[in-house]
Design a protein around this ligand. Sequence first.
Ligand SMILES: [Cu+2]
Length: 138
Amino acid sequence: MGAPPAFPMCGTSYTCTGSRCCRKATWRPINATGDWHPEHVHLVQFRVLDRQPFSLNAFNTTGRVVLTGQPVSAGGGEAGCRKDTVKCPPGMVTRITAKFDLSAGTQLVPGHRFRYIWRCHILEHEDNEMMRPYDVIA
Ligand SMILES: [Cu+2]
C-alpha cells in the first residue's frame, strides 16, 4: 500500500486499517486554517481518538505534517461516544476512527465504490467548498 490518498479539503488525509480497505478507517482531519471547523461525516458514526498539534509553517511550505507535541486523548463528551460531528481546532490533527456498516443484504463486490459526503457544519464554510464526496471501496 502506498501513501494514503489525500482529501482535497484542508489538506486532510486518511489511513486505512482493517482487512477490507476502508471498511474501518482512521481519519486525520488536518486543520491548516485559522478557524475551528465542526466536521460532519454523513451516514457513519465514529469515535474521536485524539488531537495533536502540527507545524503550520512546515505544512504551508512543504505540504508535510510535522507534529510538534504529544497527542491529547479525547475527553469530556467525546470520550468513548459515537459521534457524527467532531470539532477540529486550528493547527491540530484530529484523529477519528469509523466503521462503515452497510445495509443488510448489501453485496460486496471487490472494487465497488460507496459514495459518502463529509462537510463543515458552518454554513458559510460548507457553501465555500467545505462539502466533499469521498468513496469507500469494498
Ligand atoms: Cu468550517
